[in-house]
Write a protein that binds this ligand. Sequence first.
Ligand SMILES: [Zn+2]
Ligand SMILES: [Zn+2]
Length: 345
Amino acid sequence: MKYDSIWVSAPGKLTVVTKELPEPKLDEVVVRVRACGVCGTDLHFYHDQPTGTLTPLGHEVAGTIHATGKGVRSLKVGTDVVVQNHVACGRCDACLNQRPDACLDIQTYMNDQGGMGAYLVVPQAMVVPFSGLSYEEATLAEPVTVALDLCREAQIRLHDDVLVMGPGTIGLACVALAKAQGARRVVVVGHGSQSVRGRHRVETARRLGADDVFDSSEEFWKAAVKLAYPRGFDRVIVTSPPQTIVDGIELAGFRGWIVYDGISFTDDEVRFHANDFHFAKKRLIASHAIPNWGFPMALDLLRDKTIPPDALLTHIYSLEDLGVALQLYGSSEVEIIKPVISIGG
Ligand SMILES: [Zn+2]
Ligand SMILES: [Zn+2]
């Protein structure tokens, strides 16, 4: 049987790739994709095509088990699952020393398959069954696991003051998580709060528990933050571009931690003053939620509305309209947070 998926063929250009659906190997499952979230990474791949070759799109996947390999016992055809995009191998020295987070041979389907298509063939270890959410809602589990990793690295304590920079899907999920973890005050910094998108994100941040919001496109925004929070922040979570790490370091208080997650293919060189960093004994930590962890927890947090899916999932498109979704995702004239592609009815 043949099936289609959508790839980037050149910067700003999408193409349909038709493939033959293989039989699943012994420990593999075939997932019929029902929904796939559009991520900032997809937007980078679409605009910049950093690899310069045909690039698959989509890694926030929910669907149903369509077929199973002969060695698969616990997963049945028809079961609803989310698909993890990177898992630990389970066999390397790090994995066998119970450090899967340091796995030396991380497995992914993203080299030659993408979630923006009808099927994925993956090891059974990559799928996590779910219920109680729509497919579109369940795709949010992936960005929520990214937020979980940021908040775990930040080790938010009861009564901490937390600054979240970048009110996109991940930053907004961090707002809700920081509140759930007992933060005293959660403050958000975002860009362009006068635009339609910016205003909506401010409203959503407040709905998810933000106590205060600052607009980093205003000239004296940092002075305003310092005036309102002169001791600085115990934890700063940076989900905005690399250059904003510098602001995060500056706004962290004595012994403050700064945790960063982000990518720029064009501008990732950062300069900052090391003296303040040194004397105030700050810590700068990278988060990268790969190999994936926390999917069952993320699904629970969405189901119990600790992170309400309807706050993040703003737009649903069909696969034919993926190009439209990618265009609107970058627009400041739309109340957009997370667009999800619904696939195959
Ligand atoms: Zn993503
Ligand atoms: Zn491993």
